[in-house]
Design a protein around this ligand. Sequence first.
Ligand SMILES: [Zn+2]
Length: 172
Amino acid sequence: MNCPYCGHSSFSVHSTYQREIQDISLQDKQTILLLSVRKMFCDNPQCSHKTFSERFDFVAPNQKTKRLIDKILFTSTKLSSVSAETLLKSNRIITSKSSICDLFKKMPAIVDKSLITKVCVDDFAFRKRYTYGTVMVDLESHRIIDIIDSRETNSVEALTEYMCTFAINYIN
Ligand SMILES: [Zn+2]
């Protein structure tokens, strides 16, 4: 197993512990997976961490499986978070409206660039006088398409190249 902080291989087990991970319901029952997780030593003296925990590809950081997160997001897309919480609870998936909102905030925006025809571009400050960015907004839906670092737009060529990924009437 490789250390997630330095990439060094480790074969030394420090201890094991159990995690409870909520999964999609099975036969109308709430499903909790009990995972036995290994805590490992990192033997790399250059590493900033002495130990690390085993990670699983199917588990999201919030004690849920990734497929459960997908189901929660799919169910909640066209509902209020309160209605989604109630509907999911009736399907034996326990989550809260605030958790649903957090999931949507963390979800990357999926934009089909081929459908966008008019874009507005504006600069803003991440940190005034230090770091600047450029925000791109779809003029028809008024949704943010992308936020890019000012470094990428320092030259007209870089911005032009980026804009060529869109079929657009460019409006600044
Ligand atoms: Zn390490």
